[in-house]
Design a protein around this ligand. Structure first.
Ligand code: LMR
Length: 343
């Protein structure tokens, strides 16, 4: 999906997000969340470009009708297309939600081969047609490695403009802690998802805070159950995507769409003072000893549409082991992907 900004009543000066290889269910869910307040993700008028493969165009027509029927005041135009030169032309934001979908029982690694080819093509098309300031958000799995491949295939676009979605995991972790403490999820802040959007990710609450009865406490003190925080909490978040697929026979849609909206809104409007969120970004220059040529999820603050890793958080041995394990999986995924690309 692509967004182009557009002033009311004018065709010039647009912000186009583009949804590349859209998944209808995602788009509808995105509209449900982003479309609230008629702001899509960003708060200004937009053109939405929906890019999909030719056989999906009739389905896309249905999505376009539904979008029109939502009567969203800030949605100026919806352009369905199967052509990258239309889908990516001068876009300001690309939300790459499409990939070969994961089926029950499959690991993301199984998807690598099909998806590196897709994301290489999309990266090259972004390089050719999008604005150099485009913000690219990769959602399709394996999201981190797909994002890395797209970025490597778009050398003229700064690496900082690429990110992958781990906000869904972040929201899942916040929600689990909130439910455990009997508070609403907005009372939990600064959980961290480290690493891969996969079952090796490390949801970490050592730096998280929970507000209970008006008092802000470290999450460990609020939860008062270290065994749960080091055990079931972590595995629940790590395996949540697979659990949703098992139950629905379909990948998450509504929660993923909400997370995409959170992610994009923070890129445009920044994170709250004193709060950080999780986002998969280029690991170059990180202070946590993570190999540099990876897209790895870190704690991130955003101001003026520029993200910054939160550096220098103390890391204990428990966390170190889990951060390294998910990094090792990403190194393996990257090397496999690059291998496929060189064949
Ligand atoms: C999720 O975390 O819900 C999805 O990324 C799962 C998937 O593989 O589609």
């Amino acid at each position: 999906m692509a967004l182009t900004q557009r002033t009311r009543g004018q065709r010039a000066a647009c912000r186009r997000p583009t949804g590349v290889l859209t998944r209808g269910e995602y788009v509808i869910s995105l509209m449900r969340h982003g479309g609230k307040n008629a702001a899509l993700f960003t708060g200004f008028p937009i053109i939405l470009v929906l890019l999909d493969i030719p056989p999906m165009l009739p389905v896309l027509d249905g999505v376009v009708m539904e979008l029109q029927d939502c009567a969203l005041p800030l949605l100026m135009e919806v352009i369905p297309t199967d052509k990258v030169e239309v889908g990516f032309k001068d876009i300001d934001a690309a939300i790459l939600v499409g990939s070969m979908p994961r089926k029950e029982g499959m690991e993301r690694k199984d998807l690598l081969k099909a998806n590196v080819a897709i994301f290489k093509t999309q990266g090259a098309a972004l390089d050719k047609f999008a604005k150099k300031t485009v913000k690219v958000v990769v959602v399709g799995n394996p999201a981190n490695t797909n994002c890395l491949i797209a970025s490597k295939s778009a050398p003229s676009i700064p690496k900082e403009n690429f990110s992958c979605l781990t906000r869904l995991d972040h929201n899942r972790a916040s929600s689990q802690v909130a439910m455990r403490c009997g508070v609403s999820s907005d009372k939990v802040k600064n959980v961290i998802i480290w690493g891969n959007h996969s079952s090796t990710q490390y949801p970490d609450v050592h730096h998280a805070k929970v507000t209970v009865s008006g008092a802000e406490k470290p999450a460990y003190d609020a939860v008062k159950d270290e065994a749960w925080l080091r055990g079931d909490f972590i595995s629940t978040v790590q395996l949540r995507g697979a659990a949703v697929i098992k139950a629905r026979k379909l990948s998450s849609a509504m929660s993923a769409a909400k997370a995409i909206c959170d992610h994009v809104r923070d890129i445009w409007f920044g994170t709250k003072e004193g709060e950080f969120i999780s986002m998969g970004v280029y690991a170059a220059g990180n202070s946590y000893g993570i190999p540099e040529d990876l897209i790895y999820s870190f704690p991130i603050e955003i101001k003026n549409q520029t993200w910054k890793m939160v550096d220098g958080l103390p890391i204990n041995d428990f966390s170190r082991g889990k951060m390294d394990a998910t990094a090792a999986e990403l190194v393996e995924e990257r090397d496999t992907a690059l291998d496929f690309l060189s064949q």
